[in-house]
Write a new protein. Structure first.
Length: 319
């Protein structure tokens, strides 16, 4: 089993400034899946309090492809679990000291055996980092879990590739700040949110408490795929609650209940990664709320399919 690579400047920057702080909001640990063409960071219920977070990078986003070496007996895949904060600390140290190169490799180190006799050692896996610059040199070993066996790798791959797509999505990016402020206000009333997405581009949010109800309706959001959009399908002269009921009754809307804290985290980390679009959809099976962050290429205005970040938030049964 072998993994060795040198980070690109872009890779160091986006991990340190955006993506690792994002994963840190959801859990203390993250699963790293290395492959010949892609690198995935994944958090499942093993790492979070219920949210599923996954990020995919093309290898050349994070690493110089001429230095990237990966080899294993199982499909050239390597998976392991590591501490988000420790990895973030390594990258921050390298960036703060203006390292010109940051290399990483999977290594085995001899460490004192826990509870063993004096001088007894055991071999443990580490990600070993070496940074170099004109006036600095750093070496740091980050402890990681044992690399996953083949069946655990296959389970992780199947989990990240599980069908999550929803019938339609609304783009929340134009109203992200307003939505975040409203969600923060709602937290004072309760911990469960009712969210509804409508094919005419409406988004409804309601939270209820004893003798109190707070809700909002955001209109004219972009609908994807565009062929699912049904503009002017609701009577705008009706109250917002009645408009939603009419949309639900006619099958032109989906509604679900979820924990406010989960949605709040997703909206918060949007400020870290700066997506071009925040697409939000509700599963037709009632299993999850799906939010996809879509990014633009840093050199032009085209969409960047080399970086992908998505969230599956669990839903609550309020029937």
């Amino acid at each position: 089993m072998r993994f060795k690579a040198s980070f690109t400047d872009r890779g160091k920057h986006i991990l340190e400034k955006g993506f690792l702080p994002t994963f840190e909001k959801f859990g203390k640990t993250v699963q790293l899946l290395l492959g010949p063409e892609d690198v995935h960071l994944v958090q499942t219920s093993l790492n979070t309090d219920g949210s599923f977070v996954t990020c995919r990078f093309a290898v050349d986003v994070l690493f110089d492809p001429t230095t990237y070496r990966i080899q294993s007996k199982h499909k050239s895949l390597i998976a392991l679990n590591l501490d988000v904060q420790l990895l973030l600390r390594v990258l921050r140290g390298a960036c703060a000291n203006n390292s010109e190169w940051l290399d990483v490799k999977l290594a085995q180190r001899s460490v004192p055996a826990p509870g063993g006799a004096e001088g007894e050692t055991v071999s443990k896996p580490f990600l070993s980092f070496q940074g170099r610059g004109q006036s600095m040199s750093m070496v740091q070993d980050l402890p990681v879990s044992r690399p996953y066996p083949a069946d655990e790798i296959d389970r992780l791959v199947a989990n990240k590739e599980a069908s999550t797509l929803c019938p339609f999505y609304l783009d929340l990016s134009p109203c992200a700040q307003t939505l975040h402020a409203m969600v923060d206000r709602m937290k004072s009333l309760g911990d469960t949110l009712m969210m509804a997405t409508c094919k005419n581009g409406d988004l409804h949010l309601h939270v209820a408490a004893i003798n109190a109800l707070l809700g909002t309706q955001l209109r004219d959001l972009a609908v994807f795929p565009t062929e699912m959009a049904e503009q002017n399908s609701i009577n705008r002269h009706l109250p917002a609650e009645q408009q939603l009921k009419e949309a639900l009754d006619s099958g032109k809307a989906s509604a679900a209940y979820l924990q406010l804290k989960h949605l709040s985290r997703v909206l918060t980390v949007g400020q870290l990664t700066q997506p071009s679009q925040m697409l939000c959809g509700i599963s037709d099976t009632g299993s999850h709320l799906h939010i996809m962050y879509v990014f633009r290429n840093p050199t032009d205005e085209t969409y960047d399919d080399s970086v992908h970040l998505s969230f599956r938030l669990p839903l609550k049964d309020e029937s």
